[in-house]
Design a protein around this ligand. Sequence first.
Ligand code: PEP
Ligand code: MN
Length: 337
Amino acid sequence: MIITLKKNAPKHDVDKLIDKFEGMNLQVTMIQGDNYNVFGLVGDTSIVDEKSVMANPIVYNVQRVAQPYKLANRMFHPEDTIVDVNGIQIGGKKIAMIAGPCSVEGENQICRIAKEVKAAGADMLRGGAYKPRTSPYAFQGMGTAGIMSMVKAREETGLPIVSELMSAEHLDEFVENVDIIQIGARNMQNFDLLKAVGKTKKPILLKRGMSATIQEWIMAAEYIMSEGNPNVIFCERGIRTFETYTRNTLDLSVVPIIKERTHLPIIIDPSHAAGDYKLIESLSLAAIAAGADGLIIEVHDDPENAWSDGAQSLKPKRYAELIEKGKAIAKVIGREL
Ligand code: PEP
Ligand code: MN
């Protein structure tokens, strides 16, 4: 961290600031210029809050050299992290395919769709039982009955199951029954929830908040990891922009950026980005080409009557076709699907 002091800062105040940083176990190097005095801080500067340094009247500018995240940072962990989900790896050569309905609508529905997506080539099953709906009058999810239906679908197909946890109140239920805990876009900065899932060892699918910067998203991963859980998988699901033609704007540039900055896997959710089933195939193929480690796609066998997100759901047949095309793209970039 580099701190520039204002001209003619009183020596007494400068010494006080140096003492403060040394008290934080940081090494302080002072460079005296003609116009400005500059401090270089070396050590674990992730504990320094730049805003409070800026609040000091003798400080002119603060610049971070190191990133504020450590555990997620590729610099300190050069090799890729592969998250193992009941034997299925996310972040390895094989691109992980997760599919299923937005919401679990009953045991028959989820078991039926699970078999269809498995036949198409999916590796895991998704299904929401606790739904973060914009309207309190919309279907809120089946809750525990939905989770138990997912468990039944896993028993019948062997597919690991992914579901969204909205409140730490249900954490035990998820730890016991679910293979990947999804943290939804709306909860990406629910820090108590992040800390709670960080205390487990479950793989966590961390969706990007709808208006979150990449740094805020990585810091959310850091929250989970700092509690002891290294099994974080990023999931880009589109961000809010001025564009209204699509539900959100899929930001594929995050794939190489997340891979450069962190060692964690990243998957893409084209469904919540597009909001339109007709766009899913193009976005999915582009995500594979960009180097994504997986795709989570909403699939429903009766989208017109789906209890949520029907307009963005693919029918199983179209999902199977997407997988076939995806295999060809994966091959070109030296991966498998
Ligand atoms: C979902 O996966 O069904 C969902 C609500 O996703 P997001 O949090 O990305 O909106
Ligand atoms: Mn959905």
